[in-house]
Design a protein around this ligand. Structure first.
Ligand code: BJ8
Length: 424
């Protein structure tokens, strides 16, 4: 498609064209500095570069084509929304980016200033008419996870076709029953939206599709644990980010091809960083696209990131849905069980997360953990204290950083990260 045709498409979506041009300009520069400057990248990353370069172009065109064929587009902000159900009505699910400082002033007219950057970002993108994904959605699904999101959705609902799923806050049997009910309610919502019925056959196929993507990402995570690290943390974060909006079948195939290349690289003993580069793991809040600030700071300080304990990381890929169920009812149970294993800090108590962090840090043989929290994020800031104690007990050094999406603190973050690396 020509630039002119893309422009027409963005105009049809009612984007603020001059502001959108500005955003693409900044993003392109940012991507070039952070990604294209890396040495020794795998050939398979070209696919990701292409996807990113067409993030507001070709993929949006695909969504418009899907709409023209009568398919619905569903936007989400949280890994709790079961994509399997969305796919089972032949709808397309996309994660809505909430990783840039866009439309902040407009967002602050709807939510308090001391709200985390992720929430302000999704509201800002909508109010400033900057996101072609948000504008393509027939339905946007929110969820009652943290208080900030819950209350923000009340305001957001006045501007977008919003539906909210009630996510329980504990892992009790009553909470599991509530979650199953919520999944059934979402299923009815999707059936009403699309006029299609979810059948056992359709759901089984969707479960396999999403599991295949999780398996490809699990494979990637196992391979990147090699010494020396065969792929940068920046690139793996990008892969995880792209997994939220690319076509799942195409994405899975591309990541498996990339993994084949990684296997060869590992066999040859090659890495993206020297063998003795400090190996770090990030843990905490999700880093939505295009939030690449901290990984860039860490890796340009000489360390390599070998794991992300976050929703744009292993929290989204660790658990599979049991594929042995044969009936719709048992498949829904398998789905409910899988989603109830998510160890988001919004749960209380949330001891599984402590276990998972310790195990992950040991499996990846990390030299240290950086806990990452967005400013004003209560759930992850609270858990940060427990995580630090747990890691200290296990003899694993850690540090905590709080930041937002602005670039003002880059130097300060770099100083703190370099000081941490010196202690390892
Ligand atoms: S399952 S982590 S994607 S809720 S950073 S908005 S918690 S104040 S993002 Fe999340 Fe789902 Fe949980 Fe994962 Fe609130 Fe914190 Fe902001 Fe957050």
């Amino acid at each position: 498609m020509t630039n002119e045709a893309y422009r027409q498409m963005w105009e049809n979506l009612n984007l603020d064209i001059p502001a959108h041009d500005g955003l693409l300009g900044v993003l392109g520069k940012f991507y070039g500095d952070i990604y294209m400057s890396q040495q020794g990248r795998l050939k398979g990353m070209e696919y990701l570069d292409f996807v990113l370069s067409e993030v507001h172009g070709l993929r949006i065109k695909e969504l418009q084509d899907a709409k023209a064929q009568g398919r619905k587009i569903v936007g989400t902000f949280c890994v709790f929304v079961p994509e399997e159900l969305t796919l089972a009505v032949d709808a397309v699910q996309v994660g809505l980016c909430a990783g840039a400082d866009a439309g902040k002033e407009a967002a602050e007219t709807l939510v308090p200033r001391n709200t985390c950057a992720l929430i302000k970002s999704f509201i800002g993108f909508k109010l400033a008419r900057l996101c072609p994904y948000t504008e393509s959605c027939d339905l946007i699904v929110g969820e009652t996870t943290c208080d900030g999101k819950k209350k923000a959705y009340e305001a957001f609902a006045e501007h977008a076709p919003l539906y909210v799923m009630e996510v329980p806050q504990t892992k009790s049997p009553a909470a599991r029953a509530l979650w199953k009910e919520e999944m059934l309610r979402y299923m009815t919502k999707l059936e009403d939206l699309t006029g299609k019925k979810i059948t056992a056959e359709k759901l089984a196929e969707a479960i396999k599709t999403v599991n295949a993507r999780r398996r490809a990402l699990q494979r990637l995570n196992r391979l990147r644990a090699a010494v020396p690290a065969p792929i940068s943390g920046r690139d793996v974060l990008l892969i995880n980010q792209v997994s939220f909006y690319d076509d799942p079948v195409r994405f899975t195939a591309s990541i498996n091809t990339l993994c084949d290349q990684l296997e060869e690289r590992i066999k040859a003993g090659e890495g993206v960083a020297p063998k003795d580069a400090p190996r770090l793991m990030l843990s905490g809040c999700p880093m939505a696209v295009p939030n690449w600030k901290l990984p860039y700071v860490v890796e340009s300080s000489g360390a390599v990131i070998v794991g992300e304990e976050s929703c744009i990381g292993t929290r989204n890929t660790r658990d599979l849905v049991d594929e042995s169920a044969q009936t719709l009812e048992t498949m829904l149970d398998a789905l409910a069980d899988r989603y109830m294993r998510i160890d988001c800090a919004c749960f209380t108590p949330n001891n599984e997360r402590l276990e998972n962090i310790e195990t992950m840090a040991a499996d990846l043989k990390v030299d240290g953990v950086i806990q990452y929290a967005l400013m004003f994020c209560q759930p992850y800031a609270h858990e940060g204290i427990k995580v630090e104690k747990r890691l200290t007990g296990a003899g694993i050094p850690s540090m905590s950083l709080e930041t937002d999406y602005s670039m003002e603190d880059v130097e300060q973050l770099k100083t703190r990260v370099e000081a941490f690396l010196e202690t390892l």
